[in-house]
Design a protein. Structure first.
Length: 160
């Protein structure tokens, strides 16, 4: 076992891990961050998407030791317990952008990075930005509408 230090949603922690353990397994099984989903477990679907040092990454194909010293953001950090929903989360609710919800955490992580880097993202850029996240339920229309809504609300806020 190796000790690694992670800052997860703002909380710094040291945890002992096996060298072969994925970041997804360590987040869920050792640190109780169940908002991180695992579906394919092979890097194909994007369900496990988190942000590592500000950039999206697939937690199922990253070894936990590779994230040693890193700052990890998960869906659980978007709206801590008792806090209002993050604007993207509220937009997903308003636009009915989820059904089973299994893809949602990863979608939100990718969408947050997209709008942070491209606040004026076009619809095509939104679709391209979410292309690595698969949804088996919604047909994507509500998800694209939700990201568009969050984009427009943020830009209206800036203009005021
Ligand atoms: S669970 Fe990680 S990409 Fe599918
Ligand atoms: S809401 Fe079910 S997979 Fe996307």
């Amino acid at each position: 076992m190796l000790p690694i230090t992670l800052t997860v949603d703002g909380a710094r922690t040291t945890v002992e891990v096996e060298p072969r353990e994925t970041l997804a397994d360590v987040l869920r099984d050792r640190l109780g961050v169940y908002g991180v989903r695992v579906a394919c477990g092979e890097g194909h679907c994007g369900a496990c998407t988190i942000q590592l040092d500000g950039a999206t990454a697939r937690a199922c194909t990253l070894l936990a030791v590779q994230a040693d010293g890193g700052a990890i953001r998960t869906v659980e950090g978007m709206a801590p317990t008792g806090a209002p929903l993050h604007p993207l989360q509220a937009a997903f609710v308003a636009e009915h952008a989820l059904q089973c919800g299994f893809c949602t955490a990863g979608m939100l992580m990718s969408a947050e990075e997209l709008l942070r880097e491209r606040p004026q993202a076009s619809d095509d850029e939104i679709r391209a930005g979410l292309a690595g996240n698969l949804c088996r339920c919604t047909g994507y229309q509500g998800i694209v509408r939700a990201v568009r809504r969050a984009r427009d609300e943020a830009n209206e806020g800036e203009a005021r």
